[in-house]
Design a protein around this ligand. Structure first.
Ligand SMILES: Nc1ncnc2c1ncn2[C@@H]1O[C@H](COP(=O)(O)O)[C@@H](OP(=O)(O)O)[C@H]1O
Ligand SMILES: [Mg+2]
Ligand SMILES: [Mg+2]
Ligand SMILES: [Mg+2]
Length: 352
């Protein structure tokens, strides 16, 4: 099968990064900064980005990386930078040989900052480009909710490999859909979703034991759409709860939506814990970021789903750092996607 080495390295890199993010998750002080667009970033986001880019650069030195974060604010904030360095240098996989496959330790704080900044690719339609969201759902991460560490390989504009580390989701693929994160111990939690284009989607436990076996995952079939479960963002500014409720209503769905942060939503529907993921824009001018969708897109499609925007177009990852050709996201099992899209169009159409 193709892309097996990319998949293996991506899985290990995400697995290692979640060890770092979980340490920060359990701390009260998460070293939060506010970015230019007013969104939050924490020492967990920066640390995870450094570790993952280090792993990719060590294994695939010619590949480009589109990473969400950059280090300029850290160069002006030595205190925060040294907190991140402390995390980065003290995070490694238990298994020594896996750890050395990820390129050995980052050598210095300065190398760490340069590594974070190596996620500055402009993206585009040509070549091999990794899309990295070191913590997706930072708001959830800060609130004590769901979040995901997300990594995807895009080749000539198509997503080929996707990996989602979701430390706070249940390991059990059959667990009912809920945004609940369980107790302090983390028992029974932590799942790593993955997919390679053309080869299906899988899940495996995220905890120690990197070589635990992966299980194939599939979306649930939905014989009656009125019984479907749909999920959506917690943050009302990220997607329109009102439009989503109207769409659900139009479809005759009576169950309350499950509100969950991050691409954990894509992973959850891919394994059949939920059925639909709706993300309708709030602001007309917002362009979705490729790192917020690339891994989830391939995982859901490989599990038997269709992922489009609100007009029914496939998400186009070839346009740079954003999905500038798309508005919103509609993800559903292939057999019911057209029906869901029709309801989306009808609700959005009646607004204008
Ligand atoms: N106005 C907006 N519309 C849609 N998405 C937005 C947004 N503002 C921020 N986001 C994105 O929403 C992501 C979280 O999605 P969700 O609400 O599904 O958890 C954020 O990822 P980060 O948390 O990585 O910054 C951010 O990139
Ligand atoms: Mg962010
Ligand atoms: Mg994100
Ligand atoms: Mg992020």
């Amino acid at each position: 099968m193709s892309y097996q080495r990319e998949l293996h390295i991506a899985q290990l890199a995400v697995q290692r990064a979640t060890l770092l993010t979980q340490r920060v998750f359990h701390e009260k002080a998460k070293g939060t900064l506010s970015k230019d667009d007013k969104s939050p970033v924490t020492i967990g986001d920066f640390g995870a980005q450094a570790l993952i880019i280090h792993a990719i650069k060590s294994n695939f030195p010619n590949d480009e990386i589109v990473g969400e974060e950059e280090a300029s604010s850290l160069r002006e904030n030595k205190n925060l930078s040294s907190q991140i360095w402390d995390l980065v240098k003290n995070t490694s996989l238990d298994d020594r040989s896996s750890e050395s496959e990820l390129g050995g330790p980052v050598e210095s704080e300065e190398q760490m900052l340069q590594t974070i900044d190596a996620g500055n690719s402009a993206g585009g339609a040509h070549g091999r480009i990794w899309a990295l969201d070191p913590i997706d759902g930072t708001m959830g991460f800060l609130r004590g909710g769901q979040y995901a560490v997300c990594l995807a390989l895009i080749e000539d504009g198509d997503v080929k490999v996707g990996v989602l580390g979701c430390p706070n989701l249940p390991i059990d693929n059959a667990a009912p859909l809920s945004a609940d994160v369980g107790d302090e111990s983390g028992a029974g939690r932590g799942v790593l979703f993955a997919a390679v284009a053309g080869s299906g989607a899988t899940s495996r436990p995220l905890g120690p034991g990197a070589l635990r076996t992966s299980q194939p995952i599939h979306m649930k079939s939905v014989p009656d759409i009125t019984h479907a479960t749909f999920c959506e963002s917690v943050e009302a500014s990220h997607s329109s709860h009102g439009d989503q409720a109207a769409i659900a209503n139009k479809l005759g769905i009576t169950r309350e939506s499950v509100r969950m942060d991050s691409q954990a939503k894509y992973g959850s529907i891919a394994r059949g814990a939920g059925d639909l993921y709706l993300r309708l824009p709030v602001r007309k001018d917002y362009q979705e970021k490729i790192w917020d969708h690339a891994a989830g897109d391939v995982i859901v499609r490989e599990a038997g789903g269709a992922v489009t925007d609100a007009e029914g177009k496939r998400l186009d990852f070839s346009k740079g750092r954003t999905l500038e050709e798309n508005k919103g996201v509609v993800a559903a099992p292939r057999a019911v996607h057209a029906q869901v899209l029709e309801a989306v169009k009808s609700v959005l159409g009646s607004k204008t």
